[in-house]
Every structure is written in structure tokens, then in C-alpha cells.
Design a protein around this ligand. Structure first.
Ligand code: FE2
Length: 195
């Protein structure tokens, strides 16, 4: 009789942990260079080093055709006026696509092709976002509660953080008058010359 355990995993939607899975945490101090306003970043770090996001990864096998699953949780918060976010990445295997399934909270995904075409897509409970290959993706919590989601991707996808680290994403998500506003990064930086 087959054991059910390789085929069934439970997860805790509150802690966003998958049973027996690898767990990583990213605190603010580990996200230098991700936020648009370095002064606000340093100021925030002087006060605290909060947990920004965590990912619980279930990776049952790594052969061609296998899938990996990540359960992400981004805390509510901002650095200056910019909402908490993930580092974002391209897949090392550029052709690899991914599906994000929103579980709770209110978020946005920033998608950016290698050709520089940028867009933002809502990620909320009961929504599915398809991320095609050759597309950098970052998740942003624009709500007042944790944003949780599942990401399902080919086991061979890999994560390439360096490719976007130099120029960062072209869009930023800013709180303006109580609303989340997506702006071009350069335009936002130019509107804040003091930084
Ligand atoms: Fe991914």
C-alpha cells in the first residue's frame, strides 16, 4: 500500500508553512537595494529589522516534469511610502513559467519581460496569476494584513536574482493618499530629487 505522505501535504494558512518544507525568512536588512528610497530604507533599519516575507518551499523531486511549490507570506508594511515586497526574480531556466494562486490579503504582482515591458496584476484571495517565461516577477503587499499565496513552478526553473538586481524593476508601488499607486521608478525618483 502506498504511503499517502509523498502525495499529500498540509499547510497552515496563518503561519504560511507547509509541513516538512524548507522555510526561509527575509528581513528588511536582507533586502538592501530592493526599495527605491535608500534614505527611507536606512531610516527604517535604524528602528527595527522586521520580517518582510517568508517562503515555505515544498520540493518533492527535481527531475524533468516535476513541480515545486512555494507558499509565500508578505507582511503588511512600507519603507517610506513603498510597500513591502519580495526581491523578485527571473527563472534561471528562462522558459519556465509559474502560476501564483492568491490565498489571503491584497497584493500586486509586478511582471516585467526581459524586453522591458512592465505591467502590474492584482493578486488577491481566489485569484490566479499566470507568469509566462522570460518574465521577472515581484510580489507586493498593498493591504493591511499579510498577503499569502502559492506559487507552482517547474522543478528545473531555478531563481536568478542577479539579472534584475542592478536596474531593479521599472515600476514601484507607492502609497499616495491612502491608495496604492503603481509608478514608473524613474519618474518617481525624479519627483523626489532630495533622495
Ligand atoms: Fe518564480
Amino acid at each position: 500500500m502506498l504511503s499517502v505522505s509523498p502525495y499529500l501535504k498540509h499547510f497552515d494558512p496563518t503561519s504560511a508553512q507547509i509541513e516538512g518544507a524548507v522555510w526561509i525568512e527575509r528581513r528588511l536588512s536582507q533586502l538592501r537595494g530592493c526599495f527605491a528610497d535608500p534614505k527611507a530604507y536606512d531610516t527604517a533599519l535604524e528602528h527595527d529589522d522586521p520580517l518582510v516575507y517568508s517562503v515555505s518551499s515544498f520540493e518533492p523531486a527535481t527531475n524533468n516534469g516535476d513541480l515545486h511549490i512555494g507558499l509565500g507570506k508578505i507582511m503588511p508594511g512600507r519603507v517610506g511610502s513603498e510597500y513591502f515586497l519580495t526581491r523578485g526574480h527571473l527563472h534561471a531556466w528562462r522558459e519556465a513559467s509559474e502560476i501564483y494562486i492568491g490565498l489571503s490579503g491584497e497584493g500586486l504582482m509586478l511582471l516585467e519581460t526581459e524586453g522591458g515591458e512592465a505591467r502590474s496584476i492584482p493578486l488577491t484571495a481566489n485569484s490566479i496569476v499566470y507568469v509566462p517565461g522570460h518574465t521577472a516577477h515581484r510580489t507586493v503587499n498593498v493591504g493591511s494584513s499579510p498577503l499569502t499565496y502559492l506559487g507552482v513552478y517547474p522543478a528545473q526553473a531555478g531563481h536568478d536574482y542577479a539579472a534584475i538586481a542592478n536596474n531593479n524593476f521599472r515600476q514601484v508601488v507607492i502609497e499616495l493618499g491612502g491608495q496604492a499607486v503603481v509608478m514608473n521608478r524613474q519618474a518617481w525618483l525624479e519627483s523626489h530629487p532630495a533622495r
